[in-house]
Design a binder for this molecule. Structure first.
Ligand SMILES: Nc1nc2c(ncn2[C@@H]2O[C@H](COP(=O)(O)OP(=O)(O)O)[C@@H](O)[C@H]2O)c(=O)[nH]1
Ligand SMILES: [Mg+2]
Length: 221
């Protein structure tokens, strides 16, 4: 039972196949619950919920430490190699209602690869998809997670230089989510300190949104 010295955050990972959603879920949970590997076809076909154990040292309220619990809903990608947009949307929508229907969603994480350019078509279809799933306030409840940050770094980009050279498509997407973004190297996040940094950033986004939770209901398309 969640007591007053505990806080649970409900997160959803979204994005195209092979963007690093499942790996990001594992990084956030500090586990290897979600299958993730390189594959010529989409690996994840069903939604699944992962839960972290109590994490200390991340968040305090009124001077006392809170134990943080993270719940991550991993999803099949969109676009997907074998599921249609409607199939992915229906699966994600029912899993959201099933797992977070009581409590609501704190943040959807749109996972994009930092080492690949974001093209206008992909950005348009992805934001349409999130809007259909989360409704008109989707941008208050969405942050962008730029995975493969190690590859961008290997190519010589600091985060600042990366954003300076980024496409107008990516910049306008970041602006539409009120600049809620973070870079993630899923290999490095296995290190406890890296994970703590990422979780603090996510909690900051949730705080900026006044700890609001998006209410969810199952809209069958
Ligand atoms: N170098 C690097 N590889 C990553 C990163 N994140 C994911 N990967 C790799 O990308 C592949 C796809 O990851 P996965 O999480 O299965 O993608 P999903 O289809 O979006 O769930 C796997 O081989 C991962 O090991 C990252 O930050 N850096
Ligand atoms: Mg996956």
């Amino acid at each position: 039972m969640p007591g007053s010295n505990e806080m649970t955050i409900n997160l959803l990972v979204l994005g195209r196949t092979q963007s690093g959603k499942s790996a990001a879920g594992n990084s956030l949970l500090g586990s290897s619950d979600f299958k993730n590997y390189c594959s010529p076809r989409s690996v994840t076909t069903c939604c699944s919920l992962g839960r972290s154990c109590c994490i200390l040292g991340i968040i305090r309220r009124n001077g006392s430490e809170l134990a943080l619990r993270v719940r991550v809903l991993d999803t099949p990608g969109y676009p997907h190699s074998s599921l249609s947009k409607e199939q992915v949307r229906d699966r994600v929508s029912s899993a959201l209602a099933h797992h977070f229907g009581e409590e609501g969603l704190h943040l959807a994480l749109l996972v994009l690869r930092a080492d690949l350019p974001l093209c206008p078509d992909e950005s348009y279809h992805t934001t349409q998809f999130i809007q259909e799933l989360l409704g008109p306030t989707w941008n208050d409840f969405t942050a962008v997670l730029l995975t493969h940050a190690d590859k961008a770094e290997e190519a010589g980009f600091s985060e600042e230089e990366y954003l300076h050279s980024a496409s107008s498509t990516l910049l306008s997407l970041l602006s539409s989510v009120q600049h809620k973004y973070l870079f993630l190297d899923n290999h490095k996040s296995i290190i406890k300190e890296e994970r703590a940094t990422v979780l603090r950033k996510l909690l900051n986004f949730i705080k900026q949104n006044n700890y609001q939770k998006l209410p969810l209901k199952h809209n069958k398309a």
